[in-house]
Ligand binder design. Structure first.
Ligand code: GAL
Length: 709
């Protein structure tokens, strides 16, 4: 397994480190300390264009090669970032047209990173030149194991640029999509407000205007900008594959923040890498949701440097950040805890951001593995070195294991973008919150979950959750029907099927193309203001642990074939269905016409577990997070205590803890921020003579130890 750090050797030369005679003297010490922490990989180079090409065509990669040579002495491998995230100043001076224009048409000036328009031909040409030069100079280095393309694509809201070149590409994109102006007018509904165009060149970019743009146009603009970002990454990926075919490519992604289609982006990469803010987020369920989403971006065709499955975390915060109002220290044990959370949810490589707090630049008060002094006796270095020791034990065990989920949450960027458009039925509706209610219920009950697009193979999942599919294409609706027809359980909600892929509302009832699947029709919907609630009255077998409110949105449902599971208890629609279930083919389609509080979703999961024979990984107190990675015959459980106090677990049968090499049995107090990595079959491993992992003599064979609530 690769375990390492993001390194900027260029920060650690004379006069900031080293000596006048030997400006790079510090690098050897860095490599020693890295090896001491158990690191076997560094990422570097991602912002180095201004140093690798100080003047046009005058390349200097020798310093990077020297840094890589030093890494070689300590057997540390290298991921090289192509340096295009930070164009050099000479380039923007010579070609100011590469600078992005904002939605008012004003340039975002040079002098920082990401100051480029992805539609600029000039920028593409210069990018290709520097990537080619870098691959030529360093592509044969023994330590190189992967390329990271650019860095934080779309960061600082640079996904959109309103330059003339963007306009040219936008029109070409529209022409390729719609083929004729008539079709564009029809699909975009340009009759509204007289937006009809008679020539491609008239189609506006959604720049600042007196009021809102046509939503269908804005959505296409998002799709176009996404395709552009993916094409730019693919252009670099193709070049790198041509020049260094054995070196996989990746780029660092973030969940739910950047405006491009992450599934599309993942398909341009050999493996997915992610930036994780885990250590500064207080809610483990939110982190888990983001990790699950990023893990799910690429399910097949993964090519990591060591052939393992999963994804890499290429920037895991080593400590505090510098961009919050107050950047408090990350408490002892928290970096370790969240590193295990990432591993538990499928990471097969982890690198910390970053090696040492720089003495220069805008990130000098950002937490690193080392503090400014670089001595290596600081708290975070010690904590991470402990993880490094543990990873050495765990790596052989985790090799080729992955997370296998039986449930998934449907997610498409088209839908997420649509839900962010203005003029929605309820401005207080928040898609992330709605997703999170489902994800938290699964997470808190320790049921593994993937994210997927409707166009993926869904039959592998027992349950598919589809919260708020506001935009759903006819083809997607058919795939959902097929899934249920063949025995799947689909759980959908209000705010589904309100528009098709062209942002056109149906005239055949809501949810569009799905009324037969759910056996109902939504005839009206009543968005509720904050603080206003209806209530749910349940019928039949749905278990309720609390009174459940109906908030944010109440669908008025006309039941047809469906069974009614709950009704509203007040207002003019009191007694009308709020939640239903319909048998369809071999499966069932459940519809929840409103949003509730978290306890409702816990009850929902409890009910669905019985209905669909779905078992939690282990039964543990609510505050303990459990995830499992598996491969044939092996199941590795991770138990994480996110609390500041110990949690008592009870093991009826001993299990083997990889981190200590001991058995855990009977009552066991998992300390605050404590972690257990447990094996289900200790005896079996013993017979396989695994040398690196001590095996408890008395461990019983067979069934998994149960940990009751
Ligand atoms: C990342 C970026 C890093 C660093 C970090 C700060 O997105 O790749 O270079 O700036 O954010 O949080």
């Amino acid at each position: 397994m690769y375990f390492g750090v993001d390194y900027h050797p260029e920060h650690w030369v004379y006069p900031y480190a080293g000596t006048e005679e030997n400006p790079e003297a510090r690098w050897e010490r860095d490599a020693e300390l890295m090896a001491g922490a158990g690191f076997n990989v560094v990422r570097m180079g991602e912002f180095s264009w201004g140093l690798c090409e100080r003047e046009e065509g005058n390349y200097d990669f020798a310093w990077l090669r020297r840094a890589m040579d030093i890494m070689a002495k300590k057997e540390i491998k290298v991921v090289l970032g192509t340096p295009t995230a930070a164009p050099p100043l000479w380039l923007s001076k010579k070609h100011p047209e590469i600078l992005p224009l904002d939605e008012r048409g004003l340039p975002l000036h040079e002098g920082t990173r990401h100051a480029y328009c992805v539609n600029s031909d000039v920028y593409w040409d210069y990018s290709k030149k520097i990537v080619r030069a870098m691959a030529g100079a360093l592509g044969d280095h023994s330590q190189l194991i992967a390329w990271q393309i650019d860095n934080g694509i779309g960061g600082h809201a640079t996904e959109f640029s309103f330059n003339e070149e963007a306009r040219r590409d936008w029109h070409a994109w529209l022409r390729a999509k719609y083929e004729t102006i008539e079709r564009l007018n029809d699909c975009m509904g340009t009759r509204f407000w007289g937006q009809t165009v008679t020539d491609w060149s008239q189609v506006p970019m959604p720049m600042v205007a007196p009021t809102v743009h046509n939503p269908a146009l804005v959505l296409d603009w998002m799709r176009f900008s996404s395709d552009t970002a993916v094409a730019y990454v693919k252009c670099q990926a193709d070049l790198l594959h041509e020049l260094t075919p054995n070196i996989p490519v990746t780029t660092n992604l973030r969940a739910l923040t950047r405006h491009f289609d992450h599934f599309d982006m993942a398909s341009a990469l050999d493996f997915v890498s992610v930036d994780s803010n885990a250590t500064i987020k207080s809610k483990s369920a939110e982190n888990a949701c983001e990790i699950d989403m990023l893990r799910s971006l690429k399910k097949d065709g993964i090519r990591t440097p060591d052939g393992d499955c999963g994804f890499w975390v290429i920037e895991q915060k080593a400590g505090h950040v510098n961009w919050q109002e107050v950047n408090s220290l990350v408490r002892p044990g928290v970096v370790r805890l969240f590193t295990y959370q990432l591993l538990s949810r499928g990471a097969s490589g982890v690198l910390y951001f970053f090696w040492r707090q720089p003495r220069i630049g805008s990130e000098k008060f950002y937490g690193g593995v080392l503090t400014h002094d670089g001595r290596g006796d600081n708290r975070v270095y010690r904590e991470i070195s402990q993880i490094g020791d543990e990873i050495k034990l765990l790596a052989p065990v985790l090799k080729d294991t992955c997370v296998c989920a039986e449930t998934c949450i449907l997610f498409t960027h088209d839908n997420a973008w649509t839900l962010k458009l203005p003029m929605q039925p309820n401005r207080n509706f928040n898609y992330r919150e709605h997703l999170q209610l489902f994800h938290s219920a699964l997470h808190d009950r320790n049921i593994a979950v993937d994210f997927a697009r409707a166009t993926e193979e869904l039959s592998r999942y027992k349950i598919v959750f589809a919260p708020s599919l506001h935009m759903i294409a006819g083809g997607e609706a058919d795939l959902l029907k097929l899934y249920v027809q063949n025995g799947g359980t689909l759980v959908s909600t209000f705010n589904t099927g309100l528009v098709d892929e062209h942002h056109i509302a149906p005239d055949s009832g809501f949810p569009a193309n799905l009324t037969d699947l759910f056996g109902l029709e939504v005839t009206e919907f009543d968005p509720l203001p904050p603080g206003e609630e209806n209530h749910l009255t349940f019928k039949g077998t749905f278990p309720t642990s609390h009174l459940h409110p109906a908030k944010v949105w109440c669908d008025l449902i006309e039941p047809k074939e469906c069974e009614v599971l709950a009704t509203y208890s007040k207002d003019f629609y009191a007694g009308r269905p709020a939640m239903t279930m319909n048998n369809y083919g071999l499966g069932r389609a459940i519809y929840i016409g409103t949003m509730s509080h978290q306890y409702f979703y816990y009850d929902l999961i409890a009910w669905l577990r019985q209905l669909c024979n779905l078992y939690p990984l282990l039964k543990v107190p609510d505050t303990v997070e459990v995830s499992m990675r598996q491969k044939d015959g092996t199941k590795i459980y991770f138990l994480l205590n996110h609390q500041h106090s110990p949690v008592r677990l009870q093991f009826y049968k001993p299990m083997h803890d990889f981190l200590t090499g001991h058995d855990v049995a009977g009552n066991y107090d998992l300390p605050p921020h404590g972690v257990l990595v447990l094996d289900e079959h200790p005896k079996k491993r013993e017979t396989e003579e695994t040398e690196t992992i001590p095996v408890p003599a008395a461990a019983p064979e067979g069934e998994m130890a149960k940990v009751p609530v």
